[in-house]
Design a protein around this ligand. Structure first.
Ligand code: BGC
Length: 454
């Protein structure tokens, strides 16, 4: 334990959302469709037929939402840009109205003293680019860099922290290997290609940023520590494979310029190509910080039926699980941040997402939503974060996932991650007890974390 660790005075306390999950009005003012627009409107793919047509109506209510952020004392807001609002066809003609939305959002945040953290891609690829192969087409790296450059030119005078991709692992695994997320493919040969092109796109955008931008750029990955269920060589190997697949597959190329070849070949066999060295040079150029999303860890055992990783999650007796079935395990949060520090040369880090879905009622009761499980999740994870700072991790900020209850992708609105409750029938916002608690953490610079929970 490092009881003396504290959060630095300039630590950024914020909350995060993503475009398709909160904005609504996906086709307004000349925007083009994204792959998520298509996915949600294909019957049977999203729970209860929910869509992002309205979502949290943030596209129209952003001013009200920014005022709410200010009331909570947030110093930062992480949001993503919808590529097909800005470029309806994914490339070519810019839609000035779409770009104008992000321009106004940034101004409004700054007027309220809130730093914008902008993510260029949070899964909503323009449908027009999917028609040309999407992340499987090597040209996508170039298309992404062109789009990124438009955003840099428009906003870099006011935005000082950029990230290229959100969670390339989820895009590849959910979108191309298991198919639960858009574009819904299930193909072992496609997943490595999608991952590699995502990373090439990241590299190409960083190159564009060095030519046009003046501030900082990084990437956001989700990390999930993997623990073997036993000492048996089969379980140890299973945990090692998943760790390579989920964690090292992305950070190794970015920081070390190589893939974890041994495990990737074990998992993908002949579907794992040999990649050109020049691609790895593009991918591994220096970034200014790394964004980490942390939700849970997994305990793994070998499972012959679990294609293609042959690893299954072992449920932990006595542990608390969230509504998405994820174990609450704050200790691994400290461990994974320290692991990043040690393996990748102590880069500056931001936690770009951390949070939990627990059951909340659809309607607030007398202006209040009691969410004690989320309050304690937040408290325990912020303490774990402080421990990581005590162990020398250069943490610059923390973004809670999520500011608002929102569209949890193919699970529709069935999972509430917000610190602010959204009544989806009326769009009324109610800060949950977790938001009130977070406001106190922020106001006290973290000191409240040592007090007993209210
Ligand atoms: C994503 C979010 C998502 C959250 C909870 C992350 O994987 O970046 O978009 O809502 O986890 O599942």
């Amino acid at each position: 334990m490092h009881d003396n660790a504290t959060f630095p005075a300039d630590f950024l306390w914020g909350a995060a959302t993503s475009a398709y999950q909160v904005e609504g009005s996906p086709l307004a003012d000349g925007a083009g469709p994204s792959i998520w627009q298509r996915f949600v409107h294909t019957p049977g793919l999203v729970r209860d037929g929910h869509t992002g047509d309205v979502a949290c109506d943030h596209y129209r209510r952003y001013r009200e939402d920014v005022a709410l952020m200010q009331q909570l004392g947030l110093g930062a807001y992480r949001f993503s840009v919808s590529w097909s609002r800005v470029l309806p066809q994914g490339r070519g003609a810019v839609n000035a109205a779409g770009l104008g939305f992000y321009d106004r959002l940034v101004d409004s945040l700054l007027e309220h003293g809130i730093q914008p953290l902008v993510t260029l891609f949070h899964w909503d690829l323009p449908a027009a680019l999917d028609d040309r192969g999407g992340w499987l087409n090597p040209d996508v790296a170039h298309w992404f860099a062109e789009y990124a450059e438009i955003m840099f030119r428009k906003l870099d005078d006011r935005v000082t922290r950029w990230t290229t991709l959100n969670e390339p692992w989820v895009v590849s695994d959910g979108g191309y290997l298991h198919g639960a997320l858009a574009p819904g493919h299930r193909n072992r040969f496609e997943a490595p290609i999608a991952s590699h092109n995502l990373l090439r796109a990241h590299g190409a955008a960083v190159t564009a940023y060095r030519a046009t931008g003046k501030h900082q750029i990084g990437i956001v990955v989700n990390l999930e520590p993997q623990t073997p269920a036993s000492d048996s060589p089969a379980d140890v190997a299973a945990a090692r494979r998943v760790d390579a697949y989920m964690n090292r597959q992305y950070l190794d190329p970015v920081f070390l310029g190589s893939y974890p070849e041994e495990e990737m070949t074990e998992i993908f066999g002949e579907a794992w190509p040999t990649w050109p060295q020049e691609d790895l040079r593009l991918i591994s150029q220096p970034i200014d910080f790394v964004g980490i999303n942390y939700y849970t860890r997994s305990v793994r055992r070998h499972d012959q039926t679990a294609w293609p990783l042959y690893a299954a999650v072992v449920r932990q007796p006595g542990a608390t699980y969230t509504e998405t079935g994820w174990e609450v395990y704050p200790k691994a949060f400290t461990e994974i941040l320290v692991w990043v520090k040690e393996r990748y040369g102590n880069p500056p880090m931001y936690v770009m997402e951390n949070g939990a879905a627990f059951y909340d009622p659809p309607v607030a009761q007398e202006g209040r939503v009691r969410d004690p499980l989320r309050v304690s999740y937040l408290r325990d994870h912020l303490r774990a974060l402080r421990d990581a700072i005590g162990q020398g991790v250069q943490l610059r900020g923390y973004m809670a996932w999520s500011l608002l209850d929102n569209l949890e992708w193919s699970l529709g609105f069935s999972k509430r991650f917000g610190i602010v409750h959204v009544d989806f029938a009326t769009q009324e916002r109610t800060p949950k007890d977790s938001a009130r608690y977070y406001a106190r953490v922020i106001a006290s610079g973290g000191a409240v974390l040592d007090e007993p929970l209210p």
